[in-house]
Write a protein that binds this ligand. Structure first.
Ligand SMILES: *Cc1c(COP(=O)(O)O)cnc(C)c1O
Length: 430
């Protein structure tokens, strides 16, 4: 399988090179040259397959030739070592909980899969070390740190804005040690991101280090997110109703993986992209004009994205035709006030504690289903405990810390303070 750059000014590469590079040399995102639907038999038997078996069938064609079957099976087994339950909340409304992994956000699956692929390629070649450089506003850093911990030949450097991530998130970034280093940046998330971008363009660094990124532009982080949609389908009892997924979206990597699942033949009738007030996609579907804006800060902060990087992949899937896209995708945006009300509502009607991101997903699903009958599933992308300061006042109940969080809260934070690009550069060269 080859991957081409969506900017069409770089040559095609293998899965391995796409993973190691992250972004193509022409700054385009990589996209698979071909998508072959899975056989009917696979869908007929899906209820009798394990999650590992499903994942293997789903990802195989994208990785084939580069990681032998048995090694790929081991990578999958190691990646998917937790549950993905579907919880029914109302008639025809269910949530798919994606927060049962080590850092309690859905990014665990992509980060773990990518880490293991990189580790495999590294062992194979016995080449020099790879440095994964990533800027985080909260969840990405924790998932990447945990996913890459102890992977040989890979060093991870995470930049986060000082004082702007939650306490739980900071502990997840700064307490692991080993091959994980946290750089605490005096500045905002945008400053962190700007430094990372500058590093990727720095020729001196390029000569001395193998730098790669670990956000959802990387195909090894993006593609495994297809699994979720198959796991939900497997668990749904009523497969006769049209299936509608609502995905709380920021960079649009997760929803774009759902669209890939649809291309593989999974019977998904419609997607709802639910956003907070960072509404570039809902505006695009209404007006046909794509106009990115600087992001606003909200209570669902993992979706505070003003220019979603995966949107070009969505356009590619639907042949850059907005009418075709609209047949498959509806998008709504919601305010923080509406989000808080939805959290309260879910607690009242179903005794369910949603996090702010899941609540946005719920709102989008309800709005879409107001005039239709279908089986709706919204994705719950983070455990509510990760956003305790927002969740606790709404639900009026204490939430106990799950063991994987309790464990790190007692550990000591270790981070290196930096304030400008030259600090980052001398650390990396140092
Ligand atoms: C990253 C994240 C999202 C947004 O996912 P995208 O793939 O960027 O659209 C939603 N919720 C949570 C909790 C996240 O961490």
């Amino acid at each position: 399988m080859k991957f081409y750059s969506l900017n069409k000014k770089a040559s095609e590469v293998s899965f391995k090179d796409a993973v190691i590079r992250g972004l193509a040399p022409d700054k385009g995102l990589y996209f698979p040259e071909k998508i072959t639907p899975l056989k009917n038999q696979f869908f007929e038997q899906i209820e009798s397959l394990s999650n590992n078996e499903i994942a293997f069938e789903v990802i195989k064609q994208f990785v084939a030739d580069e990681i032998p079957e048995n090694d790929l099976k081991l990578i999958i087994e190691d990646t998917l070592c937790f549950d993905f339950p579907v919880v029914l909340l109302e008639e025809n409304i269910a949530t798919l909980e994606l927060f049962h992994g080590p850092t309690m956000a859905f990014k665990d699956v992509g980060a773990r899969f990518m880490a293991r692929c990189l580790g495999y390629f590294n062992k194979l070649e016995n080449t020099t070390e790879v440095t994964v450089l990533v800027a985080t506003s909260g969840d990405t850093g924790g998932a990447v740190a945990s996913g890459f911990l102890g992977v040989k030949g890979v060093n991870v450097v995470i930049l986060y804005p000082s004082g702007k991530v939650s306490e739980v998130q900071e502990k997840q970034l700064t307490t692991l040690g080993e091959n994980i280093t946290a750089l605490e940046v005096e500045g905002t998330f945008d400053d962190c991101q700007a430094m990372v971008k500058k590093a990727f363009l720095d020729n001196e660094l390029k000569e001395r280090l193998n730098l790669t990124s670990a956000n959802s532009i990387n195909v090894a982080r993006w593609l495994p997110q297809m699994f979720y949609f198959f796991f939900a389908f497997k668990q749904l009892k009523n497969k006769n109703l049209d299936l509608v997924f609502s995905i709380p979206s920021g960079n649009f990597g997760n929803i774009c993986a759902g669209m890939m699942a649809q291309q593989l033949g999974l019977p998904i009738h419609h997607f709802v992209a639910s956003t907070n007030v960072n509404d570039v996609v809902p505006r695009y579907l209404k007006s046909g004009v794509y106009s990115p804006k600087p992001s606003f800060q909200t209570i669902s902060n993992a979706m505070d994205v003003g220019d979603p990087s995966n949107f070009v992949r969505i356009l590619e899937i639907y042949n850059h035709d907005i009418e075709t896209l609209k047949e498959h995708l509806t998008s709504y945006s919601f305010t923080d006030k509406e989000t808080l009300e939805a959290m309260k509502h879910l607690k009242n009607i179903a005794n369910y504690i949603a996090d702010p991101h899941g609540a946005v997903g719920y709102l989008g699903l309800k709005k879409y289903l107001a005039s239709r009958t279908a089986q709706g599933v919204f994705l719950e992308t983070a455990h509510p405990v990760k956003f305790l300061d927002v969740v606790a006042p709404v639900i009026d109940e204490t939430i106990s810390l799950p063991p994987q969080i309790q464990q790190i809260m007692d550990k000591e934070k270790v981070a290196i303070k930096i304030s400008e690009y030259s600090d980052l550069k001398s650390y990396l060269l140092g």
